[in-house]
Design a protein around this ligand. Structure first.
Ligand SMILES: [Zn+2]
Length: 262
């Protein structure tokens, strides 16, 4: 009898706890959750928006080690985050000025980082993040992956957070998902021609090193629309498109939402 009571109780608690996750709990992953509409959802201590049909989004950072705590209507789910191994590339004997940017551009870099940070902080009610992403450049080769780190002259540099698509200069770039343009800049120090799109609930995408930008800030874009062309602007070694995926200030692996060979 006691077992039966326990079982019934378990059934009741799990049924009021209906949630599914699309995405793996590994470092760098984008995760789409679905629960009862009207639920209150927290990821760790951060309250997140829930769509009218119960969807919410979040992501796991490159170096995240601790478990994720998902709280839905005050009930906690604890998920372990699996670690990944990232490539480390060491290059020595480089000219120092190529390793560290000159002091006179520090202010510029700071200003530009603020612009990017502002676009990534947007928490809109758009719900495009729950749709499937598509590849931005056709007939391209992936030449750079998320998470890899360069050590130049013994100095560990910022890890690479993007997915690089090598393609000829001038190749058309298509929007990976519906969204609103929140940043359109032609000449940023590191990233050159740069676009940022908001897809709702803190999910944003970035396109970098673009030759031409064919859209404006504030414009609403449909998936597959031509938004510009591949270039080598900013600090790029050759023509390629570098795309990025964020959940607010957490940088995620675009390969977790795109159909690319890993
Ligand atoms: Zn890149």
């Amino acid at each position: 009898m006691r077992i039966l009571v326990g079982l019934v109780f378990l059934l009741i608690t799990t049924s009021s706890f209906a949630v599914t996750f699309n995405g793996k709990f590994i470092q760098g992953s984008f995760i789409l959750g679905k629960t009862e509409p009207g639920s209150e959802v927290f990821i760790d201590k951060q309250k997140v928006k829930v769509t009218s049909d119960g969807y919410f989004a979040f992501g796991l950072g490159r170096d995240r080690k601790n478990d994720v705590i998902i709280t839905i209507n005050e009930k906690k789910i604890v998920k372990k985050v699996f670690k990944r191994k990232y490539k480390i590339q060491r290059i020595d004997g480089l000219e120092e000025k190529k390793v560290t940017p000159p002091e006179e551009v520090y202010e510029r870099i700071k200003r530009e980082n603020k612009l990017i940070g502002k676009a990534r902080a947007i928490n809109s009610d758009l719900t495009f993040f729950k749709n499937k992403f598509t590849i931005p450049v056709e007939n391209s080769i992936i030449t750079g992956v998320y998470g890899s780190q360069r050590v130049l002259n013994g100095k560990p540099k910022w890890p690479h957070y993007g997915l690089d698509f090598a393609a000829d200069e001038g190749t058309k770039i298509k929007a990976m998902l519906d969204g609103t343009v929140t940043l359109a800049e032609h000449d940023l120090f590191y990233t050159g021609g740069t676009l940022i799109f908001d897809h709702g609930h803190g999910i944003s995408t970035l396109y970098m090193h673009m030759e031409k930008i064919l859209v404006k800030k504030g414009q609403k874009i449909k998936q597959g629309d031509i938004i510009g062309t591949v270039g080598s602007t900013g600090r790029a070694t050759g023509a390629h498109l570098d795309v990025r995926l964020n959940w607010f200030d957490v940088r995620l692996d675009p390969a977790t939402v795109l159909d690319v060979k890993k």
